[in-house]
Ligand binder design. Structure first.
Ligand code: ADP
Ligand code: MG
Length: 327
């Protein structure tokens, strides 16, 4: 019932950025080549995520907003194997719908020449109607937390909420350079990646030309617990005072990992000024049975079986990349 959904929403849907995260993950899961994220007032008034992915027929669109419905798990084994898709299981659309006014417009890639619009208000489906649109899915969420005033009250200033949204969308844009991802806030385009698969191109779109031209390729296939380390780090002159621009991903998933950040920083040795951090977008591939990625949407934590071997390998890979560039 919608009470349970509201409680679940409190756990997982904390702010506009959490909605954006779930919707973008769904679009990626749907195989989209293009994802356009639009928010206004930091996402507190409106969040819209439009994609050109597989889309849904009417029955699936209605089912998608019901409780515990996922098309992505067909057995308990899938659940235990942690399936290859992102997001938590069959809860997101239902919980978002319970705490907002949500409209889903969708049309499958094949088998339907008309789309479906499903309207949900505070968890209740209020309307299901045909709609003309291109294949793909657009989810629009307005008035987030309109029916949970205590939670609405905890939202920060629009600029702060938007900073969270920007961070989330940037993360996915950097990790998915083969998908054209754009972010628009209050009618201003904040960035748009080309979706051509070029990692440096994605960095250019998200962080700008000065940062992109400073980026050095990291490419290593170490022995031991990491099978590959790939990505980009900035030269030691191109830094920021916060850790926000050090992005690490394990098996495609963004993780917040102080030990990986420290390993990257120590690769620079004394070249980095005190309390400065480089830009980094680093992807680690590790055998799934040697890592525990906590998928709780607010934690994004990671634990490696052999942590020091992993951090040593990361430090060595970054140092080698810097040395290759005479740094
Ligand atoms: P989950 O992603 O864990 O399956 P969600 O609540 O996020 O749960 O989504 C429910 C279902 O709705 C998905 O399993 C999928 O079938 C469908 N769905 C959601 N978003 C999209 C989308 N953008 N494109 C196509 N199908 C979608
Ligand atoms: Mg999902």
């Amino acid at each position: 019932d919608s009470t349970i959904a509201k409680i679940a929403a409190g756990e997982v849907i904390e702010r506009p950025a959490s909605v954006v995260k779930e919707l973008v993950e769904n679009s990626l899961d749907a195989g989209a080549n293009r994802i356009d994220v639009t928010v206004s007032a930091g996402g507190t008034d409106l969040i819209r995520v439009a994609d050109d992915g597989v889309g849904m027929d009417e029955a699936n669109a209605v089912r998608a907003v019901e409780q515990h419905t996922t098309s992505k798990i067909s057995s308990i084994d899938d659940l235990e194997a942690g399936v290859g898709t992102l997001g938590f299981r069959g809860e997101a659309l239902h919980t978002i719908g319970a705490v907002s006014r949500m409209t889903i417009e969708t049309r499958p890639q094949s088998g339907a020449d008309v789309g479906t619009e499903v309207r949900v208000e505070g968890g209740d489906v209020t309307d299901v109607a045909p709609v003309g649109r291109a294949p793909g899915t657009t989810v629009t969420v307005t008035d987030l937390f309109f029916n949970t005033p205590a939670r609405r009250k905890y939202l920060k200033r629009d600029a702060t909420e938007f900073a969270h949204v920007n961070r989330i969308v940037s993360r996915y844009a950097l990790a998915n350079p083969d998908v054209a991802i754009s972010l628009t806030h209050d009618d201003n385009e904040v960035f748009a990646t080309a979706g051509t698969g070029d990692r440096k191109g994605a960095v250019l779109s998200v962080y700008g030309r000065d940062v992109a031209t400073s980026m050095i390729d990291v490419e290593a296939e170490p022995d031991g617990p990491i099978t590959a380390i790939r990505g980009l780090v900035s030269d030691p002159e191109t830094t920021r005072s916060g850790t926000e621009y050090v992005s690490t991903y394990v098996n495609g998933r963004y993780v917040r990992a102080g030990e990986l950040r420290d390993a990257i920083v120590s690769a620079y040795g004394k070249q980095l000024a005190a309390d400065r951090y480089p830009f980094a977008v680093l992807f680690l591939s590790v055998p799934p049975d040697t890592v525990d990625v906590n998928v709780h949407p607010r934690k994004m934590a990671v634990r490696f079986d052999e942590e020091s071997a992993v951090t040593d390998a990361v430090e060595a890979a970054v140092r080698e990349a810097l040395l290759d560039h005479g740094l």
